[in-house]
Design a protein around this ligand. Structure first.
Ligand code: SDX
Length: 429
């Protein structure tokens, strides 16, 4: 693409630089547009807008490519583990064996939360949605860890990052235990990250809990798949919150709140509820017709993506993981999987989905796997938040360290009333 592009506004022609990244689309730098023309760009939903430079994650929506720091998601998911991915996200390189051992040790020793958090939880109703509990309790961490909220201090930023990665599983398990009326289970330092989380969710004081290695491996892979995804809605929320100088715990709480929406991270819970509503393969055609009906607000949850206009590479790995977990459970004939496979087959051959480039995304299969592993549907987005925390934190740190960083403050196209004078109440019509 040329080194510059020109635009004419009100008869004035101005030149704007075009910049190229390592790979992917070029950008037209419009940062001087308003100063030079008095006009804003207009891009609701940011469909054509790059909000920042980043070195963390690259997505090619047409080719179905996802790279974390240049490494393909397929290789990381198959050959690595989640804490290795966390190290890669935070530091930009895969760790040596010694670096990995040190990182695992440090994360493991931050997994406990301040014991007064236990009393914080008792303020919730038992039937509170665990995402509400997560938004509140993660935000409340700012009230406990004052020694890692000075964002101008690089050491404090790293401590806060380690604490977030380490404590999210503990808080998530506490939210689950609280919802089912069981006592909290403390983390154990001799377990790996994902096994520790499974034990905190499913162990009870009355007997020893043995982690199923197939479940631990599957969940660790699910965490890797969900770790980061470029400038998605919740990551952009974390960046925008962080741009004002808010502390990292508050920023992550904002990201959790945004992820909760059914168009974003809440889709895994919504997708499973949809599959359960469809119930059996013979009902699939009726729901596909509903999804295509412009007058029907129903959408196939777990289908479609702002960026992927081809198959979501994570969905392929997720589908294989689903089969592994169901095989382990002897549930290969799970009716929900049957409905999902039928739904995918019909949708991928249907002109509507082909024309709109709607493919299964990561949320389409994850719910079946998590349900088979014993998680209730309202915990699915909590697990997404646990996994995405490292992406949020890495993107937040990158934003803080970006020399171009300034507070995010978009403008608008005003279409409201022109200036008018106040009318006394007895003179109003
Ligand atoms: C995640 O951004 C990320 O990276 C997110 C994520 C991450 O890792 O962070 O990948 C995680 O959020 C995955 C997406 C999970 N959401 C869902 O599965 C919810 C169902 N999908 C949609 O609501 C939708 O596809 C979005 C929100 C994901 C994307 O929406 P866009 O890009 O804004 O596209 P759109 O809503 O404008 O839809 C384009 C067209 C529309 O038809 P027209 O108005 O052009 O006629 O496609 C239709 C939509 O009606 N459409 C669907 C559909 N999704 C879009 N029709 C039926 N079923 C669907 N699922």
């Amino acid at each position: 693409m040329s080194a510059a592009s020109t635009i004419t506004v009100d008869g004035k022609e101005i030149e704007m630089p075009v910049r190229s990244g390592t790979i992917g689309p070029d950008v037209v730098d419009i940062s001087k547009l308003y100063a030079k023309t008095g006009a804003f760009t207009f891009d609701p939903g940011f469909t054509s807008t790059a909000s920042c430079e980043s070195k963390i994650t690259y997505i090619d929506g047409d080719e179905g490519v996802l790279l974390y720091r240049g490494y393909p998601i397929e290789q990381l998911a198959e050959q690595g583990d989640y804490l290795e991915t966390c190290y890669l996200m935070l530091f930009g390189e895969l760790p040596t064996a010694a670096q990995k051992a040190d990182f695992d040790y440090r994360v493991t020793r931050h997994t406990m939360v301040h014991d007064q958090m236990n009393r914080f939880f008792t303020g919730f109703r038992r039937d509170a949605h665990p995402m509400a509990v997560m938004v509140a309790s993660v935000g409340a961490l700012s009230a406990f860890y004052h020694d890692s909220t000075d964002i101008t201090d690089e050491t404090q930023r790293m401590i806060a990052s380690m604490r977030m990665i380490a404590k999210m599983p503990t808080l998530a398990a506490m939210a689950y235990k609280y919802s089912i009326g069981q006592p909290f289970v403390y983390p154990k330092n001799d377990l790996d990250y994902t096994s520790n989380f499974l034990r905190m969710c499913y162990a009870v004081p009355c007997e020893e809990y043995v982690v199923n290695p197939v479940f631990a491996k599957a969940l660790d892979k699910i965490f890797i798949l969900h770790a980061d995804h470029e400038q998605n809605a919740s990551t952009s929320t974390v960046r925008l919150a962080g741009s004002s100088g808010a502390n990292p715990f508050a920023c992550i709480a904002a990201g959790i709140a945004c992820l909760w929406g059914p168009a974003h991270g809440g889709a895994n819970e919504a997708a499973l509820k949809m599959l359960m509503e469809i119930g059996k393969p013979e009902n699939v055609a009726k729901y596909v017709a509903k999804a295509k009906d412009k007058n029907d607000p129903f959408r196939l949850m777990g289908f479609g993506h702002r960026v992927y206009k081809n198959y979501d590479p994570r969905a392929r790995i997720m589908q294989a993981t689903t089969h592994q977990v169901l095989k382990e459970l002897g549930k290969n004939d799970d009716p929900l999987l049957e409905v999902a496979v039928q739904l995918e087959q019909i949708a991928l051959k249907d002109e509507y989905f082909i024309e709109k480039k709607l493919y299964p995304n990561i949320d389409f299969y994850s719910g079946i796997t998590l349900k088979a592993m014993g998680f209730p549907t309202d915990m699915f987005t909590v697990l997404f938040a646990v996994a995405r925390t490292v992406g949020w934190i890495a993107q937040w740190a990158e934003m803080i360290e970006d020399p171009m960083q300034k507070i995010g403050r978009p403008r608008q196209l005003y279409v409201g009333a022109p200036r008018r004078d106040y009318v006394a109440v007895d003179a109003r019509g």
